[in-house]
Design a protein around this ligand. Sequence first.
Ligand SMILES: *[C@@H]1O[C@H](CO)[C@@H](O)[C@H](O)[C@H]1NC(C)=O
Ligand SMILES: *[C@@H]1O[C@H](CO)[C@@H](O)[C@H](O)[C@H]1NC(C)=O
Ligand SMILES: *[C@@H]1O[C@H](CO)[C@@H](O)[C@H](O)[C@H]1NC(C)=O
Ligand SMILES: *[C@@H]1O[C@H](CO)[C@@H](O)[C@H](O)[C@H]1NC(C)=O
Ligand SMILES: *[C@@H]1O[C@H](CO)[C@@H](O)[C@H](O)[C@H]1NC(C)=O
Ligand SMILES: CC(=O)N[C@H]1CO[C@H](CO)[C@@H](O)[C@@H]1O
Length: 447
Amino acid sequence: MTMASATKFIITFSLLSLLFLLFFSSTNNHIHNNLTILSSTSRLLEDEALFKIKKNNIALAKVEEQLAKARVEIHRAIVEKSLASNGSLITEETIYNNPYAFFQSHTEMKKTFKIWTYKEGDIPLMHNGPMKYIYSVEGDFIEEMERKGNTMAARDPDEAHVFFIPISITNIVYYLYKPDEAFGFLERMQAIVEDYIRVIKDKYPYWNRSNGADHFFVSCHDWGPFVSRRNPELFKSFIRVLCNANRSEGFVPSRDVSMTEINGPLNNIPTVSSGESPHNRSILAFFAGGNHGFVRERLFKYWGNKQDDDIQVYSYLPKDRNYTKLLSQSKYCLCPSGYEVASSRLTEAIYTGCVPVVIKEGYVLPYSDVLDWSQFSVQVPVDKIPKIKKILEEIPFSKYMEMQKKVIEVQKHFKVNLPAKEFDVLHMILHSVWLRRLNVQFNSFNS
Ligand SMILES: *[C@@H]1O[C@H](CO)[C@@H](O)[C@H](O)[C@H]1NC(C)=O
Ligand SMILES: *[C@@H]1O[C@H](CO)[C@@H](O)[C@H](O)[C@H]1NC(C)=O
Ligand SMILES: *[C@@H]1O[C@H](CO)[C@@H](O)[C@H](O)[C@H]1NC(C)=O
Ligand SMILES: *[C@@H]1O[C@H](CO)[C@@H](O)[C@H](O)[C@H]1NC(C)=O
Ligand SMILES: *[C@@H]1O[C@H](CO)[C@@H](O)[C@H](O)[C@H]1NC(C)=O
Ligand SMILES: CC(=O)N[C@H]1CO[C@H](CO)[C@@H](O)[C@@H]1O
């Protein structure tokens, strides 16, 4: 009998959003019980190896106890409707699904959450990523995780709640992909990621004890979701943080995280402004971008070529027109899927105070565990594209004003800061990972 097989942890998953934390608050007694048993029996153990495992268990039990405390606090805030942050920030109709849960959870995260970034691997494929253009959030996140002085970085993997695999799919594609040798590229990309996991699996106990359920990676590249396709068993519990959050491509909202695509400028930090006042936005709806993918094909069929002055749909903007300015002068900004479900237009709309009109199929909206998108965006199903004008014109001006105000309010959750700041987009991504970790519990120590 090996020691490793004697310490198996049973993992339970909850489903979906924060509200499920309600169910967890009752289970935290197990951890206390197990902790007591462990410390009272460990004295009797002679075998050094077994002692080491017990020590690991105690470290894990500590981590679990911290999470259990956080769950209790969030649960309490939900029940008591108490606010961790300033109540004046919360209005009756809020941009959050449950502001009490979110603010408490964010507070607990800042207090507790520790992330271990594996050190294995070399730049440029690991520990490094793009920080500009459409996949910039991938590099921004890696940068933040590896930043000296990041208080959420674990000093020791034993104190970590989650484990970050610092691979950049965008860099793998950038450095290794050659169009004339495209055959077999996806397999090579998959092999790089699988090799990395094999290394950390062999070297450390953390992957095996959870089967990867407390491990994650972050990818904004269109091919990010493909890493797990060749070996679904290996990635079964792994948290994939993806821009390309397409349910039809295997995105699982209770396990994976949808993050925003952000078109990063050369200086890395996109500009956020309130744009024109909502009274002064003369264009009803605006879009400019390539005509690719089935959603845009439809959009162009009905609204391209300036068929209607109110719904301005351009494939390429004339040189003398200013894209950002047009967004700032529009009431609504159309955000159709392109080649893939995600597009940086969602953030561009929010950054210019323009109410996003989401035209996508099978897309999981970013941070929708906590953000109530219906408060600050309009959803138009793909088959309603011909009716866009009617749909938008039927929204009363007062309702539009409310949504526009909330777009400004939600801007802080999409802002990029380096280093990250409270409630900004990097913290929203981390918070999404934190929620998924809260939803997993190592609740049984059989030894
Ligand atoms: C929130 O309110 C507290 C006092 O209750 C104050 O000290 C703090 O500065 C406020 N924070 C913000 C972000 O307004
Ligand atoms: C984790 O499990 C794999 C089998 O999947 C095994 O080869 C490896 O040695 C284990 N890692 C550790 C640290 O025990
Ligand atoms: C409305 O827009 C015009 C033209 O862009 C600008 O000159 C004017 O200052 C704006 N008014 C308000 C109230 O924002
Ligand atoms: C485009 O418009 C934005 C916002 O109105 C402004 O900040 C920017 O300087 C303009 N760019 C150019 C090239 O004129
Ligand atoms: C989502 O994934 C499905 C299945 O691969 C694909 O057919 C569809 O085109 C994707 N959606 C978009 C908008 O890319
Ligand atoms: C070693 C030990 O006592 N393990 C227990 C930990 O708690 C779970 C849930 O209560 C029990 O099923 C285990 O037997």
